[in-house]
Design a protein. Structure first.
Length: 390
């Protein structure tokens, strides 16, 4: 009997080692290298590129991407959870969050909370989630029903906001049995497309002002002046991620897929022929000051790869994404003396209006500061690497 027990124990150890080795063998090595670089530079996401801890969509987004590697090593999931736990206390209160701002960016960390609720069943996450749902229920809207980007940006829809809210709302609808929210999500995706679409190019403008009062808006259409790569990237990711949660028989699912297909086709027309990447201002490739931008390119690559693998896009998009990913790593990623990868050409931030006022002209988009390893570039690049198994 003792010999049998020893034999069984030995088999279990060998089996576990084999499974671990298989996991490591099949792991996306570039994604792991990028995630390890993040964690080597910052022991916590609350300090990532930021001396002051900030409850923000972009840090949660980076945590979300790194967490996808948790099946290979628990440390990646722990890294994400530690960030969320810093801001969500035991009573479910969210540090640094104010519902009265009706800032749609602040909904994005809720997607991480939904994931943690599923794993831990800790009530504090559910309380925080319901707080964010309450914001969504009361988010100010345009007269046509679109969510304002923020309370201080009245009557404005920004493409960015579709990613900040839509995957969270769609997953909440699925996890909590709230089908009306599926209708909300598909409406918002189609509404912003209708309002920002340029029919000539098939591209979508960064934002739309229903009131036509903003200096950046076209007085006839309300649309902003340019096609910003990352804004389009946020929107592309919103669609492929929402489709993870949308029921197969939802009447508007085909509508979302149709937009994804049309916009993907338009993006191919402005893809740089030499590098297979995308410019900061999408349709102005070669114009003085414009540059190949990392975050927008990475987001588009992720959306192409995932869309093709899920069957929403033609399978040719997978090859396109694969080639573009390799080009991005070659042209926009360098290695520091310590051996860690550095993402270059990441636009730090672009907005519209505000104080000081951002007019959204060409010079504005090309002049905003670029930040190496910015979380808004690192996150989608890790996600793209995972989908492509790079």
């Amino acid at each position: 009997m003792k010999a049998l027990i020893i034999s069984l124990a030995f088999l279990l150890i060998v089996s576990a080692q084999s499974a671990s080795g298989q996991n490591e063998k099949n792991a996306p090595q570039t994604a792991i290298k990028l995630a390890n670089a993040v964690m080597a530079r910052y022991d916590s996401l609350i300090h990532y590129n930021n001396n002051k801890p900030s409850y923000g969509y972009d840090y949660a987004f980076l945590g979300w991407a790194i967490d996808k590697l948790g099946k290979y090593d628990q440390k990646y999931s722990d890294y994400m959870q530690a960030y969320i736990d810093y801001f969500v206390d035991e009573n479910g209160e969210i540090k640094g969050y104010r519902m009265s701002d009706y800032n749609i960016d602040q909904i994005r960390p809720g997607l991480n909370m939904l994931e943690l609720t599923e794993r831990t069943d800790d009530k504090k996450y559910k309380i925080a989630i319901l707080t964010l749902v309450e914001q969504i229920k009361n988010q100010p809207r345009t007269n046509s029903g679109g969510f304002w980007h923020k309370k201080r940006y009245p009557y404005q829809m920004w493409l960015d906001g579709l990613y900040m809210a839509s995957p969270f709302v769609a997953r909440y609808a699925r996890d909590y049995g709230q089908p009306d929210f599926f209708d909300e999500v598909t409406f918002q995706i189609q509404e912003v497309y209708q309002r920002t679409l340029d029919k000539e190019t098939g591209l979508v403008y960064h934002a739309w002002d229903e009131s036509r009062e903003q200096k950046w808006s076209n007085p006839k259409t309300g649309q902003s002046k340019h096609f910003w790569s990352r804004a389009t990237g946020w929107y592309m990711m919103a669609m492929v991620d929402v489709l993870d949660y949308l029921p197969e028989n939802h009447p508007q699912k085909d509508g979302v897929i149709s937009i994804l297909q049309k916009l993907s086709g338009a993006l191919l027309k402005v893809q740089d022929e030499k590098t297979d990447l995308w410019y900061q201002v999408l349709d102005q490739g070669g114009r003085e000051g414009n540059y190949l931008e990392t975050s927008g390119s990475a987001m588009i690559i992720y959306a192409f790869a995932k869309g093709a693998k899920k069957g929403y896009l033609d399978k040719s998009y997978l090859k396109i994404a694969d080639s573009a990913f390799d080009s991005l790593m070659k042209n926009l990623v360098v290695t520091e003396d310590d051996g860690l990868p550095v993402l270059t050409n990441v636009c730090g931030a672009c907005g519209l209006g505000g104080n000081p006022y951002r007019a959204g002209d060409y010079n504005y988009y090309i002049s905003e500061k670029r930040i190496d390893n910015d979380q808004k570039g690192m996150a989608p690049l890790i996600l793209a690497a995972i989908v492509l198994n790079k």
